[in-house]
Design a protein around this ligand. Structure first.
Ligand code: TYD
Length: 209
């Protein structure tokens, strides 16, 4: 069994069931005595959580997409150096709710910031540090939105229209197509157990658990 620590990120739009699936994946790893931490973006370290509060609370109109992406990467720089890398050094696995692909999807495809601008920020902040595996929980936009309706969230990002979500979905699928070594697309339109099974199958296959 491979014991090398792994950095796994989960991505997906609204209603993809990401939070539940992260809990389930962490539980599967625990069952196999694999020491893993669960973290999130934006946030995941004290400094990055402060930036999260700044970005996600208050008047969303005060951020243009460039500023928002810079804040996401400022938070990410702190999160990587204070939480993710130290955990990997301690040989813990890291499961992270969202990472750079979210910036491509939200600030890029969603809000129109140029891909190249984000790529340059990524190179500056992360060098060649990337997740080992990114699970993209893919669900048709209408189905995802139907799942979240009724859930009231005090968040700025929930209120966007169908086109916005469709652009994000296509962005994630393009990322997965361009980087199949890192990414697995999971059909998140299935029921919760089936999604959990597909995720575990992907992790197991890669790491021979
Ligand atoms: P949260 O409620 O944690 O997200 P979700 O449950 O949707 O995963 O809110 C985080 C929000 O931040 C989410 O709407 C996506 C957004 N976000 C960006 O716009 N860019 C980014 O780079 C990241 C990491 C998140």
């Amino acid at each position: 069994m491979s014991k090398a620590p792994r950095f796994i990120t989960l991505e997906g739009g609204d209603g993809s069931g990401k939070s539940t699936q992260i809990r389930r994946l962490a539980a599967e790893l625990k069952k196999r005595k694999i020491d893993a931490i669960v973290t999130r973006e934006p946030g995941g370290s004290p400094g990055a959580e402060d930036i999260r509060n700044l970005v996600l609370n208050g008047d969303p109109e005060r951020w243009d997409s460039l500023t928002e992406a810079l804040l996401m990467f400022a938070a990410r720089a702190n999160h990587v150096s204070h939480t993710i890398k130290p955990a990997l050094m301690k040989r813990q696995w890291v499961i992270c709710d969202r990472f750079t692909d979210s910036t491509y999807a939200y600030q890029g495809a969603g809000h129109g910031l140029a891909r190249e601008t984000i790529r340059r920020m990524e190179a500056l902040v992360l060098g060649d540090f990337r997740p080992d595996l990114t699970l993209i929980l893919d669900i048709p936009v209408e189905q995802g939105l139907a799942r979240t309706s009724g859930r009231t969230k005090d968040m700025r990002f929930e209120a966007f229209d169908h086109d916005f979500h469709e652009r994000m979905r296509q962005c994630y699928l393009t990322i997965a197509r361009k980087d199949p070594m890192r990414c697995e697309v999971i059909d998140a339109s299935q029921d919760e157990d089936a999604v959990a099974k597909a995720i575990w199958a992907a992790v197991k296959k890669r790491y021979k658990l």
